[in-house]
Design a protein around this ligand. Sequence first.
Ligand SMILES: NC(=O)CC[C@H](N)C(=O)O
Length: 346
Amino acid sequence: MKKLINRSSFLALFFALAVAGQSWSQQTMTVMEVDTRPYQEVIDEVYEKIKDMPGGKNADYIPELALVDSTIFGIALITVDGDIYTAGDLDDRVSIQSISKVFTLAQVIEEQGARSIMDKIGVDATGLKFNSIIAIELKQGKEINPLVNPGAIAATSLIAGNNYEEKWKNITTTYNKFAGTELFVNEPVYKSEAATNQRNQAIAYLLDAYGRMYYDPAEATDIYTKQCAINVNTKELAAMASTLANGGINPLTKEKVVSPETVAFTLSVMATAGLYDNSGQWLYATGLPGKSGVGGGIIAVDPGKYGIAVIGPKLDEAGNSVKAQYAIYEIVKALDGNPYEITPVK
Ligand SMILES: NC(=O)CC[C@H](N)C(=O)O
């Protein structure tokens, strides 16, 4: 089992367990019968079950991420009523990384409308790794999706603002509203990635060559790198997810951050590409839009109910946190949260 987790995504394990037969299906049925269980009880149980799970390793292509304490493990669920349920390491912060893409995307949709993203970036999954250059070449800069690097850097380039400072201010203001608190950049992570992000710079310039970059490629890449280095703890991340679950109003501060229409488009893109090239497998397992980051965080959103965030820095080969995927899968299952799992009318 350990080998499976190390070799591929958690879904390989999921399917191995599913075909293992009786004990798994009995467990599934038990869980389905108790869908009214208190959130805290479910979270405590999942925390205990997953906390010592082996497998994965810290991202190391950004040197500073290799140094992050890989044992950090925290879970938070925030309902649309503002109730907070947590377990594990709540004070530790990791860089938000690719989860940031969701909130930049939401802000661009809010500013320019959903059509602009369709026309200027694209919303179909690339089916390739999150920093794939081939994906750009294949479609000549079109259909690159705002939740993988090329589309995300393009989205950052579309953010309103006449210069670097104005765009950065716009981004941090949006993120702070989503989190309901002031967030700060992890400077060592920012510097570490800025010194090693030649690949993302190449992506930005290639898009520029195809006329699909909407601001200076070097500055857009730098702003993107900095947005990825924003530090979050589990609760802050869950607050951001719960704002999406609540149609764009932060359930803790009650502030309107974006419109319900913007949220609907954003969640749809999360469903197509939130976990990179494993997004289909993720949706197949949980039924919920999610987004991961190489810092080790994953968020999932059950629209109209709650947002979940889990942090665990060890990643699988696709770049998704092993523990966070598993924990969210278990929580969603226990809460009967997969909207595609329907109890038939008899
Ligand atoms: N998947 C990720 O979280 C990647 C984000 C990271 N900042 C990068 O651009 O490579």
